[in-house]
Design a binder for this molecule. Structure first.
Ligand code: FAD
Ligand code: DLZ
Length: 508
């Protein structure tokens, strides 16, 4: 009898727990390019290329280290269509009595594997997923018994535990969070450096050809240049630290009509498939601060995204799944506009965000939160539809991270678990943070009339529709005072305009 380690396509980390638990001389590893995984949502084709190319490079690395890796290549007609099918084949061929995995990133995969093991009578051992700084038990212990779960307090605890940006038990600089300094508009100076890209090698090119021929997903496969190995991901990290980190904080919330990345890291894709270790990334940023190469607001802001938001979001997912995915606290029911897929809308900020998403499988946080996300919230899109869209279109999208960000942070459909108030904003916010409005067919200053920015009427209408949900929220008092300054006639005209927008949404 032998043991088999299943290495999932987003768990390519060198410190994978299964590798420590198995013996390379006696046991086997399995990896597979699986039809169901490539099609459970219409993934961006660049995401599929990334996962398959990184898996193939990782399999070769493991073989060079002495592991026996049974690697299943993608074939759309293959009889093997699921992880269960892959394991069936391995069990039949090699007399396997125990399968080891690291905790998968998605509930559906864990459930599928547990069902498979139960039905086949094979022992399944689930080991910790080491792609994170905190264990799930750390989060569960912290969350237990709390009325409210707030990222800021979880983050402080992780800072203390890791010692990142800490001196004598106190936060470096005397405050935990310098977010208030990180809201500058960017007007072209300093110029945004190009993000380092990587030319596909023969392995990656073969995957690009395969995906182009056999898989119909979302977006463009042209110009794939993401890191697919640990060495490349490390080079991408160095590129960020040397060229963009210093301004990450200042322009973290900025929007720009002509720049895809501004000073963001573009490291989520590598972090989420295990090519980069989150602590290594944070230490590299901390070191840049120590050497005087980046200011504290940039480094603290960046580290908070990783040991704060990334870990908090993952903790929420596993703390509240599977029930969490069903939530729709605000009772939203509108279909997702067709132009979320095509990009064909005259609303400039949305057209730009979708265009970039189609090209690069990437949009930065403020585009996801305040442009495509905010609009879906104001419109009242059915949470499942917008969640499925985010899960499909981004290179870094896995349910553990996509779902709490979309259902919780953006749609406020979780009743306020992730955020204490919805991130609802009118066109004024988008105008303040960037230059899209200057190029837009709609007038950001107007709320009524056919040329008025649709965000505006939808924003006021959202507040009016959800008065009972939010009126008593302290952080929204000012918004409701502004609603109450309008006379009834204006309120009705706004509601009528919002209704018109909802009816004609696909023509805007
Ligand atoms: P940077 O701005 O450079 O930030 C550094 C790192 O911090 C990121 O690489 C990421 O690992 C982490 N991070 C920052 N914010 C978050 C956050 N809110 N949650 C988790 N990690 C964070 N991130 C994903 O990795 N996958 C997703 O599927 C995803 N879906 C999102 C959906 C919505 C609606 C929103 C609002 C945010 C989503 N995010 C997601 C978070 C964030 O937008 C992306 O991590 C970020 O844009 C990736 O680009 P970057 O690497 O340049 O990030
Ligand atoms: C996202 C993805 C894709 C597109 N394809 C595969 C695959 O063929 N084989 C595989 O092992 N993993 C793939 N993945 C990642 C899985 O979907 C991932 O393990 C789950 O989404 C859990 O995070």
């Amino acid at each position: 009898m032998a043991r088999l380690g299943l290495i999932l396509g987003d768990q390519l980390n060198a410190n994978h727990a299964v590798l420590d638990a198995l013996d390379a001389e006696r046991d086997r590893l399995a990896m597979g390019e699986i039809v169901d995984e490539a099609s459970y949502v219409p993934h961006h084709v660049k995401k599929i290329v990334l996962v398959f190319a990184a898996m193939r490079h990782r399999a070769r690395e493991l073989q060079n280290q002495g592991w026996t890796v049974d690697y299943h290549l993608f074939d759309s007609n293959s009889e093997i269509r699921s992880f269960g099918g892959l394991l069936d084949q391995a069990v039949a061929a090699h007399d396997i009595d125990e399968v080891l995995i690291a905790q998968p990133g998605e509930w559906r995969v864990l459930e599928h594997l547990q069902n498979w093991a139960g039905e086949r009578g094979v022992k399944l051992t689930v080991l910790p997923d080491r792609r994170f700084v905190s264990e799930l038990d750390d989060f569960n212990d912290w969350a237990a018994g709390k009325k409210q779960l707030r990222m800021e307090f979880f983050y402080r605890q992780v800072r203390q535990r890791t010692g990142l940006l800490m001196a004598d038990g106190e936060p470096v600089g005397g405050v935990w969070n310098l977010d208030a300094e990180n809201r500058k508009k960017w007007s072209g100076d300093p110029p945004a450096p190009r993000v380092k890209g990587f030319e596909p090698d023969d392995i990656t090119q073969a995957v690009i050809d395969l995906v182009g021929a056999q898989l119909k997903g979302f977006g463009s496969i042209e110009g794939f240049d993401y890191p697919v190995t640990r060495q490349q991901a490390q080079a991408a990290l160095v590129d960020f630290i040397e060229n963009r980190l210093a301004y990450f904080g200042d322009y973290q919330d900025a929007l720009d009509d002509g720049e895809d990345y501004l000073f963001h890291s573009r490291l989520s894709a590598s972090l989420n498939i295990g090519l980069l270790d989150p602590m290594d990334v944070c230490r590299a940023a901390e070191q840049a601060y120590g050497q005087g190469d980046a200011p504290l607001n940039a480094v603290e802001g960046f580290i908070r995204q990783i040991i704060g938001w990334r870990e908090f979001i993952r903790g929420i997912y596993w703390y509240l799944m599977p029930e969490y995915a069903q939530r729709n606290t605000l009772g939203h029911d509108q279909p997702l506009p067709e132009w979320y897929w095509s990009g064909e809308t005259q609303m400039r900020c949305l057209a730009k965000a979708v265009d970039q998403t189609r090209r690069e499988a990437y949009a930065h946080h403020i585009q996801r939160l305040m442009v495509t996300g905010n609009f879906a919230l104001l419109l009242g899109v059915l949470p499942k539809e917008i969640c499925d869209w985010y899960l499909a279109v981004y290179i870094d999208a896995y349910e553990w991270v996509e779902l709490p960000n979309t259902l919780g942070m953006v749609m406020h459909a979780d009743g306020g678990v992730v955020g204490s108030k919805p991130y609802a904003a009118s066109g004024k916010y988008i105008e303040r943070m960037g230059n899209h409005c200057k190029h837009c067919r709609y007038k950001v200053k107007d709320t009524l009339g056919e040329d008025a920015c649709p965000f505006n009427a939808l924003y006021w209408d959202f507040l009016m529709r959800h008065r009972e949900d939010f009126e008593s929220n302290n952080r929204m008092r000012m918004m409701y005072r502004n609603v109450d300054r309008m006379d009834e006639e204006k309120q009705s005209a706004i509601q009528a305009r919002a209704e018109w927008i909802r009816i004609h949404i696909n023509d805007l």
